[in-house]
Design a protein around this ligand. Structure first.
Ligand code: FE2
Length: 278
């Protein structure tokens, strides 16, 4: 399967004269940072392991690496895979410019500091004491990895299994949960995110929203949790196709939610919870 990074490279070469094509392509490929998979999810990890066997067995703990060792992950699908819900150009700009910039600036912000050796979870747990550049870019980096993995061209429908049961238990029904999540996404003023998270103390599922690139793992949040589903409601996530109609984007979002990924994260919470909120 061709990676998103390669697709971006080959797409931008369409207007090059043939003689220079190969050389320019080689140069551009070399200047791009390698797209290395990074995932906390069982499903995505399995997919990625199939593509890159040498990474197999290391993926589940990759978020536990020191911050300076984290890498920018490949998209788990092609740039146009989420159409018609999210158009190719939006995914390309969102992933290759916005997300990549958050990653690069996060690595820059932690460089040469004690944060280099901390995990991103440890950083989020001390967020209130750390520079705003780490908050914005660390959050932006982490949140978007979750977002891309939460989506799939084969997504949609409703969750089953343990996650489906938990949603019914804590919200009454899937429809009631969805209404609450929709409300959080649509009413978040300005730029931010809406989340479905697991409460680390009680194990309850709850919905919240955060401003800017904050997330429920940060100690700056009034209610902290382990996010398992997130929707980006920054205008850069939807404006090209939906313009100012955020509500239409939120409605369409449900057609591409990767419930297998959300459920894998839900299960992973119980494997990782002791390391998340220290
Ligand atoms: Fe975004």
């Amino acid at each position: 399967m061709m990676t998103a990074a390669l697709l971006i490279t080959s797409g931008s070469m369409a207007q090059q004269p043939d003689a220079k094509k190969g050389e320019a392509k080689k140069a551009q490929t070399q200047t791009r940072p390698a797209a290395v998979p990074l995932s906390t999810t069982v499903k995505s990890a399995t997919d990625i392991a199939a593509q890159q066997p040498e990474k197999a067995g290391k993926l589940y703990s990759e978020w536990m690496l020191p911050a300076a060792k984290l890498t920018f992950p490949a998209l788990p699908y092609d740039l146009d895979a989420l159409e018609p819900v999210i158009d190719k150009l939006t995914v390309e700009i969102h992933y290759d410019r916005h997300h990549r910039a958050y990653f690069n600036n996060f690595i820059k912000a932690v460089g040469g500091t004690e944060m280099e050796t901390m995990t991103i979870f440890e950083i989020f747990s001390k967020m209130s004491e750390l520079p705003v550049s780490v908050r914005n870019n660390g959050g932006g980096f982490f949140n978007h990895v979750l977002y891309w993995n939460n989506l799939s061209p084969k997504g949609g429908g409703e969750p089953g299994g343990e996650l489906g049961e938990a949603i019914t238990k804590y919200f009454g029904s899937f429809e009631a949960f969805r209404a609450k999540f929709d409300e959080a996404a649509k009413t978040r003023f300005g730029s931010g995110w809406a989340w479905l998270s697991v409460d680390p103390e009680k194990g309850e599922l709850f919905v919240s929203s955060t401003a800017n690139q904050d997330n429920p793992l940060m100690n700056t949040e009034s209610r902290r949790g382990f996010p398992i589903l997130g929707i980006d409601v920054w205008e850069h996530a939807y404006y090209l196709k939906y313009q100012n109609k955020r509500a239409d984007y939120v409605e369409s979002f449900w057609k591409i939610v990767n419930w297998q990924d959300v459920e894998a994260r839900y299960k992973q919470f119980y494997e990782m919870k002791d390391k998340l909120f220290r």
